[in-house]
Design a binder for this molecule. Structure first.
Ligand code: GDP
Ligand code: MG
Length: 166
């Protein structure tokens, strides 16, 4: 199994932390070099049986300018080309306007979207179910996976799930 995965989500939801956690679990290549004009490879996770190339996808946020508008079109192009999209949200913050904006963009894309509920260490377990229900109302996610990127909880399981989409 090998393929490309885009990580999206509004600032501070834990995208970098998740990637560090994933890459920390297995030796991998980290690169800040732009690979194409539209994508940046953020990290490569590889095992004997699988390789996942994580792409940083800037520009999916609410555009502030004409350039932002163009960036968003480019981001949508990328999102249509990858094997899966990880949409990270912060469960402790709740659904914000930024999340809703991204979800509207995702409706224009055909790639499976895996909702990653990050920062579960910051909420009580019983709070999780109503949060999941709120997100399910907004979009039909291929998977919903709660994790703590910081503590590493359920990150190995997330990787197993991602591999099924490659
Ligand atoms: P990004 O902007 O989406 O890349 O977010 P970062 O990875 O930079 O994380 C933003 C902040 O959230 C940092 O202070 C992280 O330590 C914190 N953070 C990320 N993941 C978790 C988590 O699972 N639990 C907690 N409590 N904090 C987290
Ligand atoms: Mg970051």
């Amino acid at each position: 199994h090998s393929g490309f995965v885009a990580i999206i989500g509004r600032p501070n939801v834990g995208k970098s932390t998740l990637l560090n956690q994933v890459i920390g679990q297995k030796i991998a290549i980290m690169s800040d070099k732009p690979q194409t004009t539209r994508n940046k490879i953020h990290g490569v996770y590889s095992t004997d049986s699988s390789q996942i190339v994580f792409l940083d996808t800037p520009g999916i946020h609410k555009p502030q300018s004409k350039l932002g508008d163009y960036m968003m079109k480019v981001a949508e192009g990328t999102l249509n080309e990858v094997d899966a999209i990880l949409f990270l949200v912060d469960v402790a913050e709740g659904i914000g306007g930024g999340d809703r904006f991204i979800i509207e963009r995702l409706k224009q894309v055909n790639t499976p979207v895996l909702l990653v509920l990050n920062k579960i260490d910051r909420v009580h377990p019983e709070e999780l179910l109503p949060i999941i229900a709120q997100y399910k109302d907004l979009y039909s996610f291929a998977e919903i996976v709660p994790v703590s990127a910081l503590q590493g909880n359920n990150v190995a399981n997330l990787l197993d799930i991602i591999v099924r989409y490659l």
